[in-house]
Design a protein around this ligand. Structure first.
Ligand SMILES: Nc1ncnc2c1ncn2[C@@H]1O[C@H](COP(=O)(O)OP(=O)(O)OP(=O)(O)O)[C@@H](O)[C@H]1O
Length: 572
């Protein structure tokens, strides 16, 4: 239940809505409880015509009026409480998304997308059910119990005791089941999240699945998780199915006691027939709230299990944080410096004692074997990953002491994996900044491709850019980095998906945008470093060589070896 404490701040802004809802629910139940009392007056009047308090016709009219009032107020009370729950769901969803945007790459490499989506869909729905139907039923049950039992006690305390005696036993029985319901709920949500993850992953990798003929194994995996999900949900249904009859048994036993004992009290004249009818009416009013008590309990357990999953996201704190006294990154007037930079993913150290100084306007190439840490080094510049203090400096200021937005505004980053939105090419490029689209497209070598598209710039690229070729996707992303007109351009393998002819064309066009930009370009192909003044060669997370291309060729080390293997390389 502790998981539900985090709901309090969200509920605070909605307290008036819930208060009005509660008031209307009291009114609804007041109307419901009035009807048995009116019946009592009529029956007592029939038995003792000399003491008629209310004529039958008047009582009938009053009952009709109260019933109409009951229906009307009930509609309003439901609307108010259920709308409050919708608003609460909206607020939590906003908070979840805002939190998600603050988290760093570490979180996203740990968590599965499907699991995150499942929290936004299923878990939020469960919390809404709890704060809507759950709260409403809980209020309803409380009010009807308090008022109903008070009215019953006024008629006959012993009869009331007999009527409600089975209830505590039944509540205890259901309570004993509740911890099992909570854990099975949680397991069912986790299985559903696994199922969402697998579905999301399979849709994303559908080409791979088909080309490797893995349909059967994916289907088997899906069947297995889906089966586990079904098993958990069936167990949950069994537990919930048990709860309702247990509670119904309680009211049934109470009614039996009232019929037997109440009948005797009427015969012995201790209560009137009207009182007996009214008492039975009050008890009947308790029947439904008693039956749904178990359902409420499962709603609470399921809502709490889901809230616990939402709390994991709401309480995740980003490893990359901005200091309250963070300074502004104004430009790149003095350049970039790494001083003994080290970085680890968990326990595994990837970068070791990296030292370099990059002057403003310098173009630096970074190369090295697969997995030596090139992309990681680029990701550290805009602080997409957490870095210890005193390791990376922009204009002499530690990047950890800079305002994140101002640092990132300086940077145009082209990641290795191209991410496009399912919007038009124009929208995808303009996402980067407000510079000239035409110029960016031209420099990214996209102009001739655009002529081949029927809708040109307005061509929608499909989900994640599926309707474009790999090279076209990469160049749209390159145009996006260029349109930002950044001071520091970080290009992670920008020419990986283009042919040699197109590489020459793009490098030619890019050369026009180099002026006043500091460029860091990662590539395995040394031909991409045509315009770079200096090259850093990385191996196992260390800089093993650095210098101009001709210096490195003369050195006869790794770079020279790579150049020889790639053959026919023009010197810079
Ligand atoms: N999110 C991550 N969590 C844990 N390890 C990671 C993560 N990302 C990368 N690594 C590991 O860090 C090492 C360096 O990865 P990185 O992507 O920086 O290499 P790279 O030199 O850019 O490789 P490539 O040339 O293939 O792009 C690799 O061994 C990789 O497995």
């Amino acid at each position: 239940m502790a998981a539900l404490i985090t709901l309090i701040p969200f509920l605070q802004g909605l307290r008036w809505r819930y208060a009005i809802g509660a008031f209307l629910l009291v009114l609804t139940n007041g109307c419901a409880l009035l009807i048995p009392w009116l019946l009592k007056l009529v029956i007592d009047g029939l038995q003792h015509p000399d003491q008629v308090a209310l004529s039958s016709s008047r009582a009938a009219a009053l009952i009709a009026l109260v019933a109409a009032g009951y229906a009307l107020v009930r509609i309003f009370s439901r609307t108010v409480v259920l709308n409050a729950a919708r608003l609460l769901e909206f607020q939590i969803r906003e908070a979840l998304f805002a939190r998600l945007l603050t988290l760093d790459l570490g979180y996203f490499s740990r968590e599965r997308t499907g699991d995150i989506l499942s929290r936004f869909a299923n878990d939020l729905t469960n919390v809404r059910m709890l704060t809507g139907f759950g709260v409403m039923s809980l209020l309803n049950t409380t009010v009807i119990y308090l008022a109903g039992i008070w009215l019953m006690v006024r008629i006959n305390p012993c009869l009331t005791l007999a009527a409600v005696a089975p209830l505590p036993l039944m509540v205890l029985a259901v309570r004993a089941m509740s911890s099992r319901i909570f854990s099975v709920s949680r397991q069912a949500q986790d299985e559903l999240a696994r199922l969402s993850s697998l579905t999301e992953e399979s849709v994303g990798a559908i080409r791979l699945i088909k080309s490797y003929c893995r349909e059967a194994s994916v289907a088997e995996q899906f069947d297995c998780i889906s089966g586990q999900c079904l098993a958990k949900n069936l167990e949950l249904a069994r537990l919930r199915g048990l709860v309702m009859p247990i509670m119904a048994l309680a009211t049934g036993a109470g009614t039996l006691a009232v019929l037997y004992l109440g009948g005797r009290l009427v015969i012995t004249g201790q209560i009137s027939l009207g009182q007996f009818v009214a008492f039975s009416g009050y008890l009947a009013l308790l029947a439904w709230p008693t039956a749904v008590l178990g359902w409420i309990l499962t709603l609470v357990q399921r809502g709490a299990a889901s809230m616990a999953r939402l709390n994991e996201l709401l309480q995740s704190s980003p490893a990359v944080v901005e200091r309250p006294d963070a300074g502004q990154a104004d430009g790149l007037g003095q350049g970039l410096e790494a001083r003994g930079l080290c970085f680890s993913y968990g326990d595994r150290q990837i970068l070791h004692d990296i030292c370099f100084t990059i002057t403003p306007g310098e173009r630096v190439g970074i190369t090295g074997p697969v997995g030596c840490g090139k992309s990681t080094l680029l990701r550290l510049m805009p602080r997409l990953l957490p870095l210890a203090d005193g390791m990376l400096f922009v204009d002499g200021q530690d990047v950890n002491g800079l305002e994140l937005a101002s640092l990132r505004r300086l940077i145009g980053y082209l990641p290795q994996e191209t991410a496009l939105f399912s919007r038009s090419i124009a929208d995808n490029v303009a996402y980067g900044g407000t510079g000239s689209l035409e110029l960016a497209l031209q420099r990214a070598g996209l102009v001739s491709d655009l002529q081949g598209f029927s809708a040109g710039l307005a061509t929608v690229v499909g989900e994640r850019g599926v309707t474009l070729s790999g090279g076209q996707r990469q160049r749209v992303a390159l145009a996006r980095a260029l349109v930002r007109e950044p001071k520091l351009l970080l290009l992670d393998d920008p020419l990986a998906s283009v042919d040699a002819g197109r590489e020459e064309e793009i490098l030619e066009a890019l050369a026009e945008s180099w002026q006043d930009k500091t460029v860091l370009m990662v590539s395995q192909r040394l031909s991409a470093f045509r315009d770079c003044q200096r090259i850093l060669v990385l191996d196992e997370g260390r800089i093993v060589e650095q210098g101009t291309p001709s210096e490195l060729l003369q050195l006869g080390g790794r770079y020279a070896e790579l150049a020889r293997m790639q053959g026919g390389l023009k010197q810079g």
